[in-house]
Design a protein around this ligand. Structure first.
Ligand code: ADP
Ligand code: MG
Length: 352
């Protein structure tokens, strides 16, 4: 009898990025119009004078969101935001989205109306059109897949790959708050599960909770770049965490970098909450993720323009690849930067 190959490889052995590389390595773009395929925040398609940008994200109940503490309206809003953020990370304007949902019978029309109220609100505020999607049933839970479509002049598109030695590393806002908001929600969920009579104690942490439940995408930063004729050399949005996302820029640009610990922006609310959870505030900023700020690099000559930008922090510098990616601590030490990121195949290690 023929022997079947029963040796299967656990997807965890490759990790998320290893798996994507493994599955897609044999797909070589055949069209001249495919300017950038896999490997950046969005794909870039040449359309003559301008480029079209395309980015997709998938949100799965129980993996990316928990309906015990996520209002459906906020979920709809956030689902759009995380996609728009990837278009802005290419220095492009988002113009359309498609929304696909798979849902179990536990969802009522009223519940879905709430979800779509949030989607509508994000479309209104960010000026994007909902132009299609798909709807299907699912044996369990809710899955939302959104595709965002954007546009940019060809010479304005910014990739992860353009950082050069001597460039300045910048971040568009404070980090770590979204992760700490999630920690509060998870703590209250556990307390509630153990004692359903208990009222949640959200400790008046409006900022941290909003950063987790209702984040914003930094369209204002892209608008500012256009207005001040500033083009970053490389850019990415913070979805996995500063450390992991800086590593993407360094890998794609073939450079190293250092961050100055003391310059990483962390709000006081986040500092205090981190300590309360016995976490190092800097570690939450480096590895927390879901902040949806823009991490970008600019040439030294643009330093003055950057200094004029509201809410932009200079946090480090691009170096030679051989120098690695390091953290210069306030105590004067130099540590190699570690990226924890998030392993979406191991729910036990999930951040959300
Ligand atoms: P982001 O965090 O910016 O949304 P991801 O880390 O999800 O980006 O994806 C990295 C790159 O891999 C992107 O170019 C994305 O389009 C691509 N990608 C992710 N999953 C797949 C897949 N299953 N098949 C093909 N390409 C994929
Ligand atoms: Mg991204």
């Amino acid at each position: 009898m023929e022997e079947f190959n029963t040796k299967f490889t656990d997807v965890n052995t490759l990790g998320e990025f290893g798996l994507i590389d493994h599955l897609t390595k044999d797909f070589i773009p055949q069209h001249k119009s495919t300017v950038k395929g896999i490997g950046d925040d969005a794909a870039v398609i040449d359309c003559g004078d301008s480029c079209v940008l395309v980015s997709t994200d998938l949100l799965v109940e129980g993996i990316h969101f928990d309906l015990m503490y996520t209002p459906l309206k906020h979920l709809g809003y956030k689902s759009v935001i995380v996609n728009l953020s990837d278009i802005y990370a290419m220095n492009a304007q988002a113009e359309q989205i498609t929304v696909s949902i798979a849902l179990s019978s536990k969802f009522s029309v009223e519940a879905l109306e709430e979800l779509y109220k949030g989607i509508h609100e994000a479309c209104r505020i960010y000026n994007v059109d909902l132009v299609g999607g798909d709807t299907t049933s699912s044996p369990k839970g809710l899955t939302i897949s959104i595709t965002a479509i954007g546009k940019a002049k060809k010479d304005k598109v910014v990739y992860r790959s353009g950082a050069k030695k001597g460039d300045i590393v910048c971040i568009s806002g404070d980090l770590g708050a979204a992760y700490l908001g999630l920690q509060i929600l998870e703590r209250e969920k556990q307390l509630y599960l153990n004692n359903p009579g208990i009222q949640p104690d959200l400790e008046n942490q409006k900022y941290l909770l909003e950063r987790q439940l209702k984040p914003e995408a930094r369209k204002d930063i892209i608008d500012y770049f256009l207005k001040s004729e500033l083009k970053p050399s490389a850019m990415i949005d913070i979805s996995d965490g500063l450390a992991s996302d800086l590593m993407h820029i360094c890998k794609e640009s073939n450079v190293g970098a250092y961050l100055e610990e003391g310059k990483i922006p962390i709000k006081q609310e986040a500092q205090l909450m981190a300590i309360k959870f016995q976490l190092d505030p800097v570690t939450t900023a480096l590895n927390g993720g879901e902040d949806y700020e823009l991490l970008f690099t600019v040439d030294e000559k643009d330093l003055e323009k950057i200094r004029l930008m509201p809410s932009v922090y200079i946090i480090g510098e691009i170096t030679d690849r051989k120098d690695g990616i390091t953290l210069h601590t306030t105590g004067g030490n130099i540590h190699p930067l570690k990226a924890q990121g998030w392993n979406h195949f191991n729910p036990a290690e999930e951040n959300n």
